[in-house]
Design a binder for this molecule. Structure first.
Ligand SMILES: [Zn+2]
Length: 91
């Protein structure tokens, strides 16, 4: 029979910007998260590590398709602009 163990309890804090639809720039989002971290470090008892975390998504700079290729320059031809970096076509 399956046994479920729970552990590593921690608190995640999502800034209000996500509740509002997130219309801030990346720099503004980062600054807001850093401000919240500073507030928690100053005012909250019982905290351990408090840090800003983020996700990273690789996209084509031209068409915003997900980046799927190992190359940093060519994404397999996701759009006309990307195709200009096709190493096979430019020989
Ligand atoms: Zn593209």
């Amino acid at each position: 029979m399956k046994k479920i163990e729970r552990g590593d309890y921690h608190v995640e804090v999502w800034p209000r910007i996500y509740q509002l639809g997130g219309c801030l720039t990346e720099a503004e989002e980062k600054a807001e998260c850093e401000r919240i971290v500073d507030e928690i470090r100053r005012h909250v008892a019982g905290k351990g590590v408090v840090e800003v975390k983020w996700t990273t998504t690789l996209l084509c700079e031209h068409c915003s398709s997900h980046w799927t290729e190992p190359s940093d320059a060519y994404n397999g031809g996701c759009c006309d602009e990307d195709e200009k970096n096709n190493p096979e076509a430019n020989r």
